[in-house]
Design a protein around this ligand. Sequence first.
Ligand code: ADP
Length: 373
Amino acid sequence: MTDPSRRTPILLVEDDDDHVEIISDVIREAGLKDELVRATSLKAAEEIARRIRPWVVLLDLGLPDSSGLATAKAFLNRLPELAVVVLTASTDHALGLAAVRCGAQDFLSKGRLSPEILRRALTYAFERRHLQLALEGKQRAVEAFASIASHDLRGPLGRIRTLGQFLKEDLDIPPGSEASEHLRLMDQNVHRMQRLIDDLLRFARVGKEGLKHEVFPLADAVDGAAALLAESVEASGAEIAKQELPNVHGDRGLVENLLQNLIGNAIKFVRNDVPRVSVQAEENEREHVIRIADNGIGIDPGCLSKIFEPLQRAVTPTEFEGSGLGLATCKSIVEAHGGRIACESSVGHGSTFLFTLPKASASATGERPDESI
Ligand code: ADP
């Protein structure tokens, strides 16, 4: 992507001469000194864009060789790295929004152009696309790492485990001996490493395959998560109480994984007590707010902002096992659904994790839920 301080042209894709004149005037008034290059059709726009690499593209959707959303889709599919601001007629708010959902950075209605609005839209479009590309690069690096981890680390780890077993048998190591204890610790560490790899893979893959959208009873997802946690529920005697829970809209597998992480933590981070977990939900016009409360050790409020970051933990690994990827995975899952996640806690007084899931109607219209948590 081009550095904005060394600006290259703005590409204006517009076939109407009168509109070009008006837009050029506004660009001049906005103090944007970039050279303005014009294309009058989609085909020409693609050719020119490939050649001149504009720092931003102003794209009219009604062109001689393409019209409406198809124009934005075609251009963005073929030149996805460019920052595109779509030009619409003043009444086409829905069309502009649809173009943004296809990857355009913004939309401007031609009838309401002002130098200030235009300068802001173009500059933000460039900056946003620049940041998105950097993030996409990081995401690719994480995925590449995850795939290396899965293929190149799993194999040797499995072999270490098997070789440990062979050693035990070959040397006829008696149970309870020091050597047997060393082999047990080796096996335990290999097991931990395998879990870390699994967690890392799960984290890297959230939402990569696209969300499956369905409506399902949240209570069933809680039961599914509890079944996956059967071993720790049984070992700890944990009680999981769920109040009346609504039907929710989203990817059932991911929501179950989210609940498994949150309920699993609620059971794990308890000292000298039987874990008691409660799952409740309330709703407002746009979203469901789900709360998972526990009677565990609680979290220092100073740590609350970092626990959702990958590999961040607020406990010592010797006391509580874990990879520090569970809540980061939860955050990715919730955000992939358009929701938010937060935690209320204090040391010694348990924790309550809250997450929101937009209702089907709100996610369809793309409205932002209220930002109260
Ligand atoms: P892990 O459980 O593998 O340590 P997570 O990402 O799930 O990693 O959680 C990050 C950290 O947040 C934990 O290490 C712990 O310090 C804290 N935490 C998460 N859930 C709870 C909980 N229910 N009660 C107390 N602390 C918690």
